[in-house]
Each structure stands twice: as structure tokens, then as C-alpha cells.
Ligand binder design. Structure first.
Ligand SMILES: [Fe+2]
Length: 438
């Protein structure tokens, strides 16, 4: 495999990599084929490898190597890049680019030219093409091509592994037309990241990623006009939309070949922990861990997404509001999700580096990991202290981790937190230990 970095005018960098045709995968953007387009079985000069049939055509077309563009599509599997010359056809677009870099230039430096967000965006763009193509096929009544989604899932897993924050940031940006597809990619990325936080085995992490990609496939059975309707839906329209989990489940069941978790997530991602969700109204432990995780990830992405007709909530605001929705989510699991996002919303209990407990009283969207907190408990001394406020910056007293209020203070936590938040907390006069209060 060989590569060339092609700096374009401006900041965007094109990274051309030559790979053996046998290593080609769906989601790659083919920039050129070795031997020139006269021998190519494709009529387009540049294209994304979207369909397994195209992949097969490429492999059977007697083409030894292809040049792919990493800035526009999926990259090769983990193998390290080796500098080498590109095929003659790789320079077709040189009239609009600067000269290619020297073949001997260090590859590591070239790859570093892409920011984490640019790399994540390339994965999202390539994934979006495949997801959209697959969803459109389903809308036309064709079967789901599960095979096509395997490399997409792998790329999202790799991107989350590389830089989860970058991936989660870029998937928040969605245009109206692409909302359903990018939302699916975002939920996949969130589930993958969440599963890693919960230390789930890697095969389950990947299966959850696939489940995220497919969770809203049932929306392809909902009229497009209804999906695209801005603003509030009328009750009859809402009833139609609410059939999408069951429609999706039926589609996935008919196709076969999917892990059970994908069917489970598709059917149950709109259930609520208190049983007031749909379609089955299942509650608590009747819902699998995957279903409870997917409900959190689905809502979090929906409310934090930038959409043309509504102001997105900041991550901190979203997590804070989601914590306040009684009965909607498994609260223990939501706390773990918040931990995975790394942002502590208003009302959350945190342990500071100084081994003191504090309540988050105000967020800072510019510095979401450094909120304003009210310190009230000394852990080593096991006693309450006079409440005082500070900003949890690295130099003052950073947040070590999130804590469970119920675990520390039992049923009294809700009242205690409300008093602290309202500034009405005074340390009890008697012994102020965890044991006394709980
Ligand atoms: Fe949904």
C-alpha cells in the first residue's frame, strides 16, 4: 500500500492512498484505478464504493491497485501506511491541486495534517452515503443489505476509538435532509462509546454499533412528507410515526442475519423505564440493557442535534434536563452515560480531586468539564462541611468523577440536593457522618 498527500488550496487536505484491490472495502472513495480508466469497469472516474456488487466488479476486473481518498471515504483496515509512488492516473486532478508531496516524506506527518474532526467527518460522510443508499433501497421495498453495513460499523468503531469526542461532535451537525441517516450514525457512535464505558466485550460493542445504525430503519416505512414535516405532529400523524419500531423490527426479522441485539434495539428504543413508552409499554428490568442504553442515546442525540427549526440543547443542558425527567430512563444507567460523555450537568453529584463531594450548580458551555460546584461533604472525615462554591478548574479543584447521590445518602438525597441547590443547606449540628444520615 502506498500513499500521497495532496494539499489543496485552503485548509482541506486530500490524502490519496494506493491499496491492493483485494483490500478494497465498502465506504472507500475511489479516486483512481491503476491502469487508467480505459480498463476500468466503471463509467465514473471517482466514486464511493457503496454496493457489494461494485466491490465484486472491482475485484474481478483484473485491476491490481486502486487509489482511495481518505478525506472523502473510509480508509484501509489497521495496516500501517507505506510511502510509495501512486499509479499514473492518480494525478488526474492535479490542475486543481498543489503538487503531490515527496514520496519519501514521513507518512505520520501527512496523516497528522487532518484534524481529529476532519477524520471523523470523513468517516461520517462515507458512512452517510452507504446508510442513505441502504435506507432508500428499503423505502423502495428492497431487502436490507446487512453485509454493506459491516465495514460502516467497523469504521465508526475505529473512529470512536481514535477520538470519541471528535466523532460525537461532528455527528451533532445534521441538515434537514440527512437527519435520519446522520442520527443513525450518531446513535451508533454513542452506543459504541457507552458500551466501552460499561466494559462490554468488543463483539457486543460492534453489535450495538450495528444496532444503532439500524434502530430507525422503520422510518423508511413512514411517508416521507410526515418525516420531513417541520414542527409538531397532529395526533393521527404521531400514531403513524409511532409504528416505526414495529415496522423496523418486521423488516429486520424478514432480512435475517442480524444479531439479536439489533432487533431488540429497533423494537424497544422508544420504551421508557416507567412503562410509559411504546410500542410495548415494557418497564424496568423487562427492558434489556441494550434497550435502556439505546433509549438514552437516541434522546441525547435528538435533543443535542443542530437542526434548522429548533435550537439544540448543549450537552450539559441536555443531560441536566434528561436527569430531571422522572421515570423516563434507568437513572443508574443515565449516570453511567453522563460519565461516558464526561460532562456533569447541573444537579449532579461529583467527587472532587480533594476528596470532597460537591453538587454541580451551574454549567459552562465553553468549558463543560469545569462547572461551578457547591462543596458540602468531606469524604475522608465522613462529615458535612459548610457549603461553599468554586469553579472546578484544573488549578482549583477538578472533578475526579461522578458519584451516585442515592448510594451516598439514600432516600434523603433528593431533599438534600434540593436544599443544597437552593442555598438552604446548613451542616447538621449533630455528628455529620454518612452513617447518621443514611
Ligand atoms: Fe426511533
Amino acid at each position: 500500500m502506498c500513499c500521497k498527500a495532496v494539499p489543496l488550496r485552503g485548509v482541506r487536505i486530500t490524502v490519496l492512498v494506493t491499496i491492493k484491490t483485494e483490500d478494497a472495502r465498502l465506504g472507500m472513495y475511489v479516486h483512481a484505478v491503476a491502469g487508467g480508466w480505459m480498463t476500468s469497469p466503471f463509467w465514473r472516474r471517482h466514486f464511493v464504493l457503496e454496493k457489494p456488487a461494485d466491490l465484486q466488479k472491482l475485484r474481478e476486473g483484473g485491476i491490481a491497485e486502486i487509489v482511495i481518498d481518505l478525506s472523502k471515504g473510509a480508509g484501509p483496515a489497521a495496516a500501517p501506511l507505506q510511502p510509495a509512488a501512486a499509479p499514473a492516473t492518480a494525478g488526474e486532478d492535479r490542475d486543481v491541486t498543489s503538487p503531490v508531496a515527496e514520496p519519501s516524506a514521513p507518512v505520520r506527518r501527512r496523516r497528522a495534517a487532518l484534524t481529529p474532526e476532519e477524520r471523523a467527518q470523513a468517516v461520517v460522510d462515507a458512512s452517510k452515503v452507504i446508510v442513505q443508499s441502504m435506507f432508500d433501497e428499503v423505502r423502495l421495498g428492497r431487502a436490507i443489505d446487512v453485509q454493506a453495513l459491516t465495514p460502516v460499523t467497523e469504521q465508526i468503531v475505529a473512529s470512536v476509538t481514535r477520538d470519541a469526542a471528535a466523532m460525537l461532535n461532528v455527528t451533532r451537525l445534521k441538515t434537514k435532509d440527512e437527519y435520519t441517516y446522520v442520527h443513525s450514525i450518531a446513535v451508533a457512535a454513542l452506543l459504541i462509546h457507552f458500551a466501552r464505558t460499561l466494559n462490554l466485550p468488543e463483539d457486543e460493542v460492534s453489535a450495538l454499533g450495528l444496532a444503532g445504525l439500524l434502530h430507525d430503519i422503520g422510518k423508511m416505512a413512514v411517508p416521507k412528507a410526515l418525516l420531513d414535516k417541520p414542527g409538531k405532529l397532529e395526533p393521527p400523524e404521531m400514531a403513524v410515526l409511532r409504528h416505526h419500531p414495529e415496522k423496523g423490527h418486521a423488516l429486520l426479522s424478514a432480512g435475517g442475519g442480524l444479531p439479536a441485539v439489533a432487533l431488540d434495539v429497533c423494537l424497544h428504543h422508544h420504551e421508557r423505564y416507567d412503562g410509559r413508552g411504546y410500542p410495548k409499554g415494557l418497564r424496568g428490568e423487562q427492558l434489556s440493557l441494550a434497550a435502556r442504553m439505546s433509549s438514552i442515546c437516541d434522546v441525547y442525540d435528538a435533543v443535542t442535534s443542530q437542526r434548522p427549526y429548533k435550537r439544540p440543547w448543549s450537552p450539559s443542558e441536555a443531560l441536566s434536563r434528561m436527569r430531571s425527567w422522572n421515570g423516563h430512563f434507568d437513572t443508574e444507567l443515565l449516570d453511567r452515560f453522563i460519565e461516558s460523555i464526561g460532562i456533569h450537568p447541573v444537579g449532579a453529584l461529583v467527587r472532587l480531586q480533594s476528596s470532597r463531594l460537591a453538587l454541580v450548580i451551574a454549567g459552562d458551555d465553553a468549558e463543560p468539564t469545569q462547572p461551578r460546584v457547591r462543596v458540602f461533604y468531606d469524604i475522608p472525615a465522613q462529615r458535612f462541611i459548610a457549603a461553599h462554591d468554586l469553579t472546578a478548574t484544573v488549578t482549583v479543584d477538578p472533578i475526579h468523577r461522578g458519584e451516585s447521590g442515592q448510594r451516598w445518602f439514600g432516600e434523603r438525597w433528593e431533599t438534600l440536593a434540593a436544599d443544597i441547590l437552593a442555598g438552604q443547606f446548613g451542616p447538621p449540628q449533630q455528628a455529620m457522618s454518612k452513617g447518621v444520615l443514611s
